[in-house]
Design a protein around this ligand. Sequence first.
Ligand SMILES: Cc1cc2nc3c(=O)[nH]c(=O)nc-3n(C[C@H](O)[C@H](O)[C@H](O)COP(=O)(O)OP(=O)(O)OC[C@H]3O[C@@H](n4cnc5c(N)ncnc54)[C@H](O)[C@@H]3O)c2cc1C
Length: 351
Amino acid sequence: MPKQVDYLIIGQGLAGSLLSWELIQQGSSILLIDNQQTSASQIAAGLINPITGMRLVKSRDIATLLPCATQTYQELSLFFKQDFYIEKPMLRILRNEKEAHKFHQRIQNQDYRHYLQTELRPATESIQAPLGMMQQKQTGYLLTQKLLSCLKNFLQEKQSYRATQFEYQDLQINNGVHWQDISAKKIIFCEGYQAIHNPWFNYLPFQLAKGEILTLTAKQILPSTMLNYGHWFIPLNKYQFRTGATFDSINLNTTPTIAGKNSLIATLTQILPSLDSATLSSHQANIRPTTLDKAPFIGLHPEHPNLAIFNGFGAKGSLQIPYYSKHFVQNLLNKRPITAEVDCRRHALKT
Ligand SMILES: Cc1cc2nc3c(=O)[nH]c(=O)nc-3n(C[C@H](O)[C@H](O)[C@H](O)COP(=O)(O)OP(=O)(O)OC[C@H]3O[C@@H](n4cnc5c(N)ncnc54)[C@H](O)[C@@H]3O)c2cc1C
């Protein structure tokens, strides 16, 4: 007998996992398929940082996305009895006069006061910051790997998880979708960067970006705040820290490189010179599912309403995925419209 579920979901990164969680919370049945390859979510730093870029700009829709993200991670913490989201202040080192000028402009703006302290912090003995450090609020990082592991166990216990490669040619589309012994109303693709191989959605303008990230152990006690200086520094405990991430839109592979490692260490030790004696515990690389217009791809295929996509969260998955999981589930279950800027139908199907 074929097994009937409401939704077949492809990919157990942060997108597929939180979408599955939300669908289950709303009473739907799902089966999630994952090929268990190392993904962007598995190595991501999980940083949430409301003010980014050289122009110190607030992330789009931050006032909506951030409360939803922190609340979702708190609910998951209560359910799994573990912490996933670590709130931690971040100091941003002002690197030139232009940034210092922008900072003074931003603190005049009431909207930025939620995310920035008005006072600059001076350099310290261990941190090089001649122009001072901007104190950012409402920053933190998600322990993504730990969360995904809990959600995988949760789905396995519900018999809602299968570890296998989903082959596109095995899908049949008629009165819903059919794959192996499974029938579903819809299939939702959450394959991260591997969506470029998806025959139905590869027309969407992804603009992928490889990232490399290091985990190191210091010989001395680390500063307790996160730092941002173009790259970032996250202290995980007194001695262990992560630093990243490179951004490469040309060499789209998952191989860590010596050049990537050297560039991360060079920028780190300019700011924290004493860390030149830190020892490397891991060096990872993966590909962010970034998009040309920097907005996610969410919704139904323009010609096959049983096929859907939930992808394109780029470098901001931890911030965006909780809100958009709820948003998409409201569309799937209650036909609420998808916001135009994230609806995958904003891009015309190429014929
Ligand atoms: C170095 C680096 C650092 C990052 N740092 C941050 C950060 O600090 N903050 C932040 O918010 N974001 C960060 N990101 C981005 C973040 O990782 C992404 O936004 C997010 O994880 C994307 O999740 P996803 O589920 O869409 O994709 P993925 O994590 O790529 O997951 C896709 C899943 O689908 C599976 N899959 C694909 N195709 C198939 C198939 N045919 N069959 C079965 N399974 C399949 C894959 O194996 C994978 O498990 C970083 C990314 C990188 C690379």
